[in-house]
Design a protein around this ligand. Sequence first.
Ligand code: AMP
Length: 429
Amino acid sequence: MLTTRPRGINDILPGEVERWQALEAHIRRLFSLYHYEEIRTPIFEHTELFLRSVGETSDIVEKEMYSFEDKGLRHVTLRPEGTAGVVRAYIENRLFAGPAPQKLFYIGPMFRYDQPQAGRYRQFHQFGCEVLGSDAPVVDAEVITFAVDLFSRLGLQDLKVSLNTVGCPACRPAYEKALVAYFEAHLDDLCDTCKDRLHRNPLRILDCKEEGCTRLAAEAPTTLDYACDHCRDHFSSVRAYLDGVGIPYELDSTLVRGLDYYTQTAFEVIMTQKSGAQNAICGGGRYNKLVYNCGGKDTPGVGFAAGMERLLLILESQGIDIGQEAVPGVYLAPLDQEASQLAFQLAKALRAKDIAVEMDCMGKSLKAQMKTADRLKARYSVLIGENERLGGYATVRQMADGDQTEVPLDKLVIYLEERINHVATEKNA
Ligand code: AMP
């Protein structure tokens, strides 16, 4: 127990963490290009917030939350997703008083008591955005365009956007009535869970993965059939914006968000090639009633969330390499105690010139140290043994070809700086 992590959570080790850093940098860069600002909300919130926002009949709330009582007997929950915290922060910090819309993004860990498998963990990471304060279709289109842009720039090609409209409080009741009537006529083909939720939350049946339910869902009445004029116009306008920038999408009438505060646009970005991992990399939509439901003023919103583990798995399966291991410019190889003192001072002087340095601290033999320098892919190693120390110089070895030069100790920093910093810039120029 002591040396094993809980099921479904992962360490991100050196060698792998570089890919995370590169992905995070990519995400931040693109959000900045679209003028979204980062928001960092707490890892845990009052449980009540998730009951209100994610919804009491959702799988997340019914089965997957890490909830506990703190020492003050308050009910708190590790956040299972990012939207709730952002909406709470928007209301609590009166971000609505600022310019509208607020375009916010987040990156961070989420927690769900899910069944662990490839691409599905109990602590996982999502990034996502929320645009609060506008119901304009162009915002829906921007959020979808952003997601596709982000994945395409990473080099992913087989992307598909599934798109639907889920209506609004004005047209949803008639749709739900039609849906219930349809499923009641086919009750025997529904799975037990769906029979149970037929009257509580009929829309959820549309995304059930059981075979009988999937077959029925394909023939069920669609939200678009029942959409009011406003929702219909909104949807056509979102589509026109997407068409205008050439973002391909497919209409999927079974793509729904089965809760009242989701309105109009619903979308997913899917990898069409089987990769072994779960293939939905991102899901989102509009939620015009969520801010109100969480205790704020009626404020429209739209956003998406994407899973980072899943995205990294897909990138790996497609042979897309992001994030290079950090490589030291110089490896310092002192061969005795006095040389170690000298090397320590040199390390400080080189790092002051922004040169990445590693030095031996294990008292290894020369051979072992050269092996380490090779393994680290250092560009230069600097050997300081007794001869060098007494002669006031160091032996500098260029690791690529093994060329060695003796350089006076007082010229060493300049010598390396010219070769590592300046030569690199000249070459790039
Ligand atoms: P959701 O918040 O359920 O709409 O999920 C949005 C995205 O988060 C999904 O498309 C996945 O990429 C990712 N995701 C959701 N649950 C998990 C999980 N348990 N482990 C890893 N990624 C997840």
